[in-house]
Design a protein around this ligand. Structure first.
Ligand code: XMP
Length: 512
């Protein structure tokens, strides 16, 4: 039995991020909705973390939890709404703040023992709240304050109860990782007995259980990190009852199909089928320029191909996909609609209501870098786990305007040059993604005394840890020059190359 942390979800956007931070310290956690939290106590429980949430603790109908969790005899960390709920429930008082606090805030630590042990007395935290705790429950005292929030952190260290008005789980709280480590290790006494190998075993076990003894899975294999790792999980769980389908949709990068056919046959013992569907996808995209429509058409066509393939197998009632948590949070309105839909990621947003296949998505709660580590544990070779991410809808979301076969081919050639120059110079190391975008702009040029009027390509390279936020990367001048020269000289139809210097937010990584 592993030591366990219970994460109680009050509807925060960051709940899975809290789970991820707990995993980073090799501690097993379970995320449960607040209404049922009391059913998940037990001997293995070492601590409870209460998430934030959009509601106000003093209003009628605010999310509630059975108070028995407070009497479980384990330390509790309440974050934002979680802190306010805990304070109200223990006899304190929460009121609307005089001013709202959002973003970076300087905070002074008043008690540097226990939870704040080793943390700088003056530190920066990420706030996002309107309400504040005005009266503390019995036994609680202030542990940290900011200019606008006298109770930025409060606690009853004797009971191991702590409340934070800020978010330690987000990267914008630089010492948040250390604070959570203090809670897990010093306050809750966890040793860290849950490794990525345990996670791999658990995911294999869950897949076995879901699919049963004779179920078969059609797995959408894209050649990317995520579906490769799902392939490895399913191979362990159900062996050749997993039928991997690689769809050549005419929107792939140069060399991708050959690489997948060779590498997968070399490293996996899956039943692999390559479906030639280029014409089919491109004809459906003819005349379409709206980004969301493109995504929907491609998602729909993928599903049709998988459905047709599933007909070949008697018990293929399952569809396996490499969906990750950031795909889920950006594609669906999580927690009853609080989250805005940014893009319909093809493996989440485009599923029909009458799919009649159950989804197998073992990576649904994980982040990309965790999937890479998991892949290594499962024996997936580095050349597959360390590849740069490539979106499901392929080059279509990098081809602004219509995806004609000729324009996709231009982009494919330009993209190969960008990749080769980054990789041959070692400039791809530590870079999340580096690729070309056909911008849809045309511009006038002069080549050999002749006027040209051709397409403009953008170089897009970004740094990121999970794809949810990103900073643009500045390649060396030599690299930029080589890319520019080669694209303009070698790719007929492109006469201009520009560099995209937009971070996410406000941009997204892909152009569509
Ligand atoms: P955006 O453009 O949303 O991209 O900032 C974030 C990360 O997700 C990848 N991406 C996708 N991956 N299906 C996928 O599997 C999709 O539809 C999709 N759209 C974007 C993108 O390459 C980046 O790594």
């Amino acid at each position: 039995m592993h030591e366990r942390i219970l994460i109680v979800d009050f509807g925060s956007q960051y709940t899975q991020l809290i789970a991820r931070r707990v995993r980073e310290h090799d501690v097993f956690s379970e995320v449960v909705p607040a209404q049922v939290a009391h059913e998940h106590l037990g001997e293995d429980l070492r601590g409870v973390i209460l998430s934030g949430g959009p509601a106000s603790a003093y209003l009628e109908g605010a999310p509630d939890m059975d108070a028995s969790v407070l009497d479980a005899g384990v330390p509790i960390l309440g974050i934002c709404y979680g802190m306010q709920w805990m304070c109200e429930s223990l006899g304190g008082k929460v009121v609307p703040g005089e001013s709202r606090e959002f973003g970076f805030t300087e905070m002074t630590v008043d008690d540097d023992t226990g939870f704040f042990g080793g943390i700088n007395p003056e530190t920066v935290v990420w706030m996002s709240h309107g309400d504040r705790v005005a009266e503390l429950p019995a036994g609680f005292r202030r542990l940290a304050h900011s200019a606008d929030c006298p109770e930025a952190a409060v606690g009853d260290p004797d009971r191991g109860f702590y409340g934070l008005q800020f978010h330690p789980e987000v990267a914008h709280t630089p010492e948040g990782v250390a604070m959570l480590e203090n809670f897990l290790k010093k306050v809750a006494g966890c040793e860290g007995d849950w490794t990525p190998g345990d996670l791999a075993d658990e995911l294999v076990r869950q897949a076995e259980e879901q699919i049963g003894n004779d179920g078969e899975v059609v797995l959408g294999l894209s050649g990317g990190v995520d579906s490769s790792v799902v392939g490895a999980i399913l191979q362990k769980a159900i062996g050749r009852r997993c039928h991997a389908i690689f769809v050549d949709n005419g929107l792939l990068r140069a060399g991708e199909r050959d690489l997948v056919e060779v590498k997968y046959r070399e490293h996996f013992d899956l039943d692999l089928t390559v479906v030639d569907a280029g014409e089919r996808f491109l004809s459906k995209l003819a005349g379409v320029t709206d980004p969301e429509t493109k995504r929907k058409i491609i998602g729909h066509e993928f599903i049709e191909v998988f459905r047709e393939q599933a007909q070949r197998f008697e018990r293929a009632h399952f569809l396996g996909q490499g969906t990750l948590y950031p795909d889920v949070i950006e594609s669906v309105a999580a927690h009853g609609g609080a989250t805005e839909v940014i893009k319909s990621h093809h493996n989440v947003g485009g599923l029909p209501d009458d799919l009649e296949m159950e989804l197998v998505e073992p990576l649904r709660l994980l982040f990309k870098d965790e999937v890479r580590v998991l892949g290594s544990c499962l024996g997936v070779p580095d050349e597959l786990t360390q590849r740069q991410p490539f979106p499901g809808p392929g080059l279509a979301v990098r081809c602004v305007g219509e995806c004609t076969p000729a324009r996709i081919e231009l982009l494919r050639q330009a993209d190969l040059i960008v990749r080769e120059e980054f990789e041959n110079r070692g400039e791809h190391e530590g870079v999340w993604q580096y690729f070309a975008v056909l911008t849809g702009a045309q511009s006038v040029g002069v080549m050999g005394d002749q006027r040209t009027y051709e397409e403009a390509v953008a170089i897009r390279a970004v740094q990121s840890s999970d794809g949810m936020t990103a900073d643009w990367v500045y390649p060396s001048r030599d690299c930029l020059q080589a890319i520019s020269n080669r694209i303009i000289n070698q790719v007929r139809g492109i006469n201009r190359v520009v560099l995209d210097i937009t971070s996410k937010p406000p941009g997204t990584i892909e152009w569509e």
